[in-house]
Design a protein around this ligand. Structure first.
Ligand SMILES: Cc1cc2nc3c(=O)[nH]c(=O)nc-3n(C[C@H](O)[C@H](O)[C@H](O)COP(=O)(O)OP(=O)(O)OC[C@H]3O[C@@H](n4cnc5c(N)ncnc54)[C@H](O)[C@@H]3O)c2cc1C
Length: 414
């Protein structure tokens, strides 16, 4: 047992899971004036995530909508010094297939004055969000894992491993891909796996990255370099699981030499590589994103491979859409109004998540499956994006995040 006071109380909303999506959901609901609890142990290692890491070595490329949200909740000023803008995105076909795609570069300047987004170290993001949580009066932090959830009744309740009991008309399940709350709510999922794992770390390099993210499309999966401040970048390198593990365990000098080779020296020599983490890749889509008194947020609702950097962007949109639909505080205390708002949430999230998951899945499979038809489709698509300016600009506008349907807190015109 910890030395803190056991929580036994009623809230308007209980958010289970203190990963980035859950903490953002809790902050937004509390800012709306709902008495909110954020339950979970936070940035400690989630063993269910198949990760061999102690602290998260990943970074997240977040698009402008997510950055606006971070700014409006008061996190961006502290975060920005750790982040780099994503001005250009270059896709390089590094296969030796007969149908080879051209190198395509997307420049954010073609569609406006802002970069596509920013690359943010996950460790800094969770640290700064946690400090914000402590500053919001209507938000109670309950640092324990949920051990049981009873969600069938009108007033749901969860119990923690520390003996806390929290009651609320609304439970937000942000407890990751193996979500206990999703199971307790009886929400089924479609799951699939990929014969791939991603190595994640960051490193220093000799040449400037010029705010350009470079994605090498290789037969085993993408190898992506994403800018960080100065001459530093983060790496997401997708390989077959055994290969990824052996690369991650390699002596640092040997790893750096191999990375130099695999990236054709595009950033010059490589040094000061951080600890490496390995993440097994899989996919999951919940059959429903909510039911009567539960809303799924983040990886409890959707898991997709890191190609295209969509995962946390979707998780942040989940949180923002939910908070906007519940911005009238009376909704959570009216069962009929809550049910209607959550049905709306399900429709909204399905529109955003399902087509993006299908596209990311197709792009990923076009690399490792060896299917000539998918390779041809990918090559033809990239040729068209390279040659047809209006198509490329439309792809940039819609590919990063939805053009319409963004909640107000993520929009530039609000
Ligand atoms: C290599 C890699 C690179 C990526 N890069 C990007 C990127 O550039 N951009 C992007 O948008 N996305 C990216 N993603 C995806 C992104 O990392 C995830 O979408 C995001 O971390 C999910 O956050 P979450 O809060 O939903 O889940 P999690 O971070 O998994 O948080 C869930 C939390 O719930 C907790 N929990 C679990 N069970 C319980 C319980 N019973 N009680 C209480 N708490 C519980 C866990 O401990 C954890 O803290 C990447 C993913 C990978 C693997």
């Amino acid at each position: 047992m910890s030395g803190r006071k056991i929580i036994n109380g009623r809230f308007d909303a209980v958010v289970v899971g203190a990963g980035p999506a859950g903490v953002i959901a809790a902050i937004l609901l509390a800012r709306n004036g709902l008495k909110t609890a954020s339950v979970g142990v936070g940035s400690t290692v989630d063993k269910s995530n198949n990760a061999t890491r102690r602290s998260d070595p990943r970074t997240s490329a977040l698009m402008q909508g997510a950055i606006r949200l971070l700014d409006r909740i008061g996190a961006w000023e502290q975060l920005q010094p750790f982040c780099a803008p994503l001005q250009r995105l270059r896709l390089v076909d590094a296969t030796d297939w007969s149908v080879k795609a051209p190198t395509v570069e997307f420049d954010a300047a073609e569609i406006g004055s802002d970069p596509f987004g920013w690359n943010i170290p996950n460790a800094e993001l969770t640290r700064i969000l946690e400090t914000l949580v402590g500053s919001i009066k209507s938000l109670t932090r309950c640092s324990a894992n949920v051990s049981a959830a009873e969600l069938a009744e009108q007033e749901a309740h969860v119990e923690t491993t520390q003996g806390d009991r929290l009651y609320a008309p609304l439970i937000v399940a942000a407890d990751g891909r193996t979500s206990l709350c999703r199971d307790a709510a009886g929400i089924a999922t479609t799951t699939w796996s990929y014969p791939q794992s991603a190595i994640a770390c960051s490193f220093e390099h000799e040449k400037p990255h010029n705010d350009t993210s470079i994605e090498f499309h290789r037969p085993s999966g993408p190898l992506t370099l994403v800018p960080l401040p100065g001459n530093r970048s983060s790496l997401v390198w997708v390989e077959e699981p055994d290969v990824a593990r052996s690369h991650a365990e390699m002596e640092t000098r040997e790893f750096e030499a191999m990375l130099l080779d695999k990236t054709s020296g595009v950033l010059g020599s490589i040094s000061n590589t951080s600890a490496r983490g390995v993440f097994g890749l899989s996919g999951l889509t919940a059959k429903s994103f909510s039911n009567r008194n539960v809303a799924l947020v983040g990886e409890a609702a959707h898991v997709l491979p890191p190609i295209g950097a969509q995962g946390l962007n979707l998780g942040i949109r989940d949180a923002a859409v939910l908070a906007e639909l519940l911005s009238d505080n009376d909704i959570v205390n009216s069962p009929a109004a809550l049910e209607a708002a959550l049905a709306n949430y399900d429709r909204n999230r399905r529109r955003d998540v399902v087509p993006r998951t299908a596209l990311v899945d197709m792009l990923n499979r076009s690399l490792f499956s060896g299917a000539a038809s998918l390779q041809g489709l990918r090559g033809a698509g990239l040729h068209m994006l390279d040659k047809i300016g209006p198509l490329r600009r439309e792809f940039m506008r819609r590919g990063m995040e939805p053009a319409e349907d963004l909640p107000k807190i993520m929009r530039s015109d609000c």
